[in-house]
Structures are given as C-alpha cells and as structure tokens.
Design a protein around this ligand. Structure first.
Ligand SMILES: *Cc1c(COP(=O)(O)O)cnc(C)c1O
Length: 394
C-alpha cells in the first residue's frame, strides 16, 4: 500500500463514516415484493428470518421494524419489568439501555475494559444486586465481548443474557458465530450496519418460548394460534392477550435484507482488508492507538476507532476531528457514553460512574469504514490522518 506523500489535496467528495451498498440484485428483489400480494409481514419476512437464523446457527429468529424494537421485544420476552435491574455497557448507542426503560426496568452501567472497549466482566460482577435480572453485553465495533466470563456470571446469578450484536453480524466467538450463544441476540439492519433492510432488526434465539412471545409482541400481543386461545368464537377469532406493539418488519424490508445477506461474506472480507490497510499505516504513528484485535480475527469490524494520545498532540480531539471533516473525511465519535446523555442525567446517572468509558470518549475518533468503500477512499483517509497528525505532532 502506498500513498502520495506530496498530495495534500482535499478529497472532492465527502466520504461518510458508513453507508449501505445496494446493487441491482437487491433492487430486483424489492421490486418483486412490490409486484406481489404482500407488502407487510408475509413470505419474505419468513424467508429472511430463516436465512438469518441459519447464517448465525440459531433455531429461531423474529424480525422487527428496527434493532431498537427488537431489543424491546427481547426485554419483554425475558420478563424484565418494574424494579428489575439490567446491566449494560455505557459505550454504546442509547438503544441498548433505552429498551430496559421501555419495560419499566432500570439500566445499570458497568464500565468497559480499557483495552477491548467492551464491558468488563469484573465490573459486571460488582454491579450485581438481588434485583439484577439480565445482562445486555454489546459487541462494540464488532469485537465480541468476553462471553465465557459473562455467561459464567449469568449462570451463577441466574441472569438472562441478551446480546446487543448490532455491530457483530458475522463476528465469531471462539469459532462460533455470534447469534446462538446466549438467550437472545439482536442484530440491526440500519444502513450503516453490515447489511441493511432500510430499517429493521432481528432477535435470534434457541428458546421456543421467547420466540413465540416475541412473535406475539411485535403484533399487538395478538394471537390466532388455536393452542393459545382462551376462548374461540369462530374462524374470525383472535385474542389480544397482552399489550404489544406494531413492530412488524415489512416484506419490502425483508426482501432487501435477504438479498443483502447473500453478500455478507464479501462485505466482511472487504471491511477486514480495509482495517488491515488502516492498521498497517497507523501502527507507525505514535500519536494514535489502533483498535484492539482478537488474534483469531473474530471481529466483523463494524467500526474502526482510533484513540488519540493527547500528550503527544498539540491540539485537542475536537480540532483534529474538525480538520478531518474539512478534508471531507466523514469522521464520527462512537459513542457519547449513555449515562452522560441529558435524559439519563435527569434520571440521576452522572459523570464518574464509568471512568474508563468517560476517558475513552474524550480520546476517540471513528474513521470511515464500510464495504462499498474503494481502496482509493481508504488511501484518502490515511493521507488525511497522516497529514493532520504530522501537523499537530508535539
Ligand atoms: C444501531 C444500533 C442499535 C439500534 O438499532 P436500530 O436498528 O437503529 O434501531 C442498538 N445498539 C447498537 C449498539 C447499535 O449500533
């Protein structure tokens, strides 16, 4: 890999940090649905659920209108409610904790490990009380969390484990695909994730009871299953047995998702190739810490995050961020720790409860990484980062 040392030109086009990759085959599949009898939940949703469950090696899958709705469904199926505490990482998107609030539970934040950026099992252990009902580990950036330790803790304290694998479709833990290791696992199909359905999410599980509960939950709590009905007035009869939502995925979304899933291996290979290019270039820069790598290449690389060593730089993260944006490099910061968001402050969470996450938040920048990028795009990012670091090296 080489880049032109003399080229300080700014990219002409803004490069986002992530975006979808839709091809003609995807478009064909969506058009087929538009010409068919079903637009909402029909045969394409069932096919997509089967394809995802087979891909990750789980028995069941329930598709939802979003990853967030999926997490809500999982928390409901797990029986989380008023007074229950659920432990999750603060270094995540708000949805990982919001889902606990939706069902009346209380999110409890356990700090991250400063090397892997994933939830630290020893912090999880410390956060457990007699009210703890579940753990929601997040496979941050696609790097699997320490599931053996987390499962051990869960077993010891009789906790349900719901994995937030929004970043981790195709990631493996000790050789096994993420998606069948815990009680339930959530994947998101938002356009910046590995594959997209426009909006959409899914829960995979091996538990029939959770599966059936989520099917009913995503459609108002209504069932027509004769075995589940309390009464039966006739062939038109259905029952709403609990308060559910309309969280259904449409066949339009599912057809796109199914077509995208066929390309997942290529998508991940390209992400890995680009990560290798970034690592190769940035490992020469003392001012940057490159992300943790599991030696068996288990990450599915949703995000590429660099950590700036502030003592070695003459300007702040904010200035470096702004300069990269001015170079048309679409950088981002993942994430503002959830407990620092104003709504969570109002609930009583405050700075100081997760120092590792708070420190990391001050130092990180997410660089563009998505499968539709070209090598030229990657080289542009590398050039810009090198230029900015060289300019502000102490
Ligand atoms: C994207 C994401 C979600 C939510 O998924 P949506 O499909 O956008 O609702 C949840 N958790 C994490 C970590 C995410 O990145």
């Amino acid at each position: 890999m080489k880049h032109n040392e003399f080229n300080t030109d700014v990219r002409e086009e803004y490069l986002p940090y992530g975006r979808q990759w839709i091809d003609d085959a995807d478009i064909e599949e969506v058009i087929k649905v538009l010409k068919s009898d079903y637009l909402t939940t029909g045969p394409a949703v069932a096919r997509f659920e089967k394809a995802v469950s087979e891909y990750v090696g789980a028995k069941y899958a329930v598709a939802f209108s979003s990853g967030t709705a999926s997490l809500h469904g999982a928390c409901f199926a797990a029986g989380i409610g008023e007074g229950d505490e659920v432990i999750t990482s603060p270094m995540t998107f708000a949805a990982s904790a919001n889902c606990v609030l939706y069902v009346g539970g209380k999110p409890v934040f356990a700090d991250i490990d400063k090397v892997t950026y994933n939830i630290d099992p020893s912090q999880v252990e410390k956060a457990i009380t007699e009210k703890t009902k579940a753990i929601i580990p997040v496979h941050f950036t696609g790097q699997p969390a320490d599931m053996d330790k987390l499962h051990k803790i869960a077993e010891k304290h009789n906790l349900i484990v719901i994995e937030d694998a929004a970043h981790a479709l195709g990631a493996t833990y000790k050789g096994e695909k993420i998606g069948s290791l815990s009680d339930m696992t959530m994947f998101s199909f938002h356009p910046v994730k590995h594959i997209t359905s426009g909006e959409g999410g899914i829960i995979t599980t091996n538990d029939k009871e959770y599966y059936e509960k989520m099917l009913q939950f995503r459609s108002h709590g209504i069932t027509r299953d004769p075995e589940k009905l309390i009464d039966n007035h006739g062939p038109w009869y259905y029952e709403m047995q609990f308060l559910g939502f309309n969280y259904r995925m449409t066949d339009i979304q599912a057809a796109l998702g199914e077509s995208q899933l066929k390309k997942i291996d290529t998508f991940i290979d390209r992400r890995k190739k680009y990560v290798a290019m970034y690592n190769h270039s940035f490992s020469n820069l003392e001012e940057i810490e490159i992300p943790f790598q599991n030696e068996n290449g288990a990450s599915s690389w949703h995000l590429y995050i660099i950590r700036l060593i502030s003592e070695k730089l003459s300007v702040s993260r904010k200035e470096i961020f702004e300069e990269l944006v001015n170079n048309n490099i679409g950088v981002n910061v993942h994430y503002i720790p959830v407990h620092l968001l104003p709504y969570y402050s109002k609930l009583g969470y405050h700075k100081g409860i997760c120092p590792q996450s708070e420190k990391l938040y001050e130092e990180i920048i997410t660089l563009p990484l998505f499968s539709a990028m070209t090598e030229k795009d990657i080289e542009d990012v590398i050039t810009s980062v090198n230029n900015v670091i060289n300019k502000y090296r102490k």
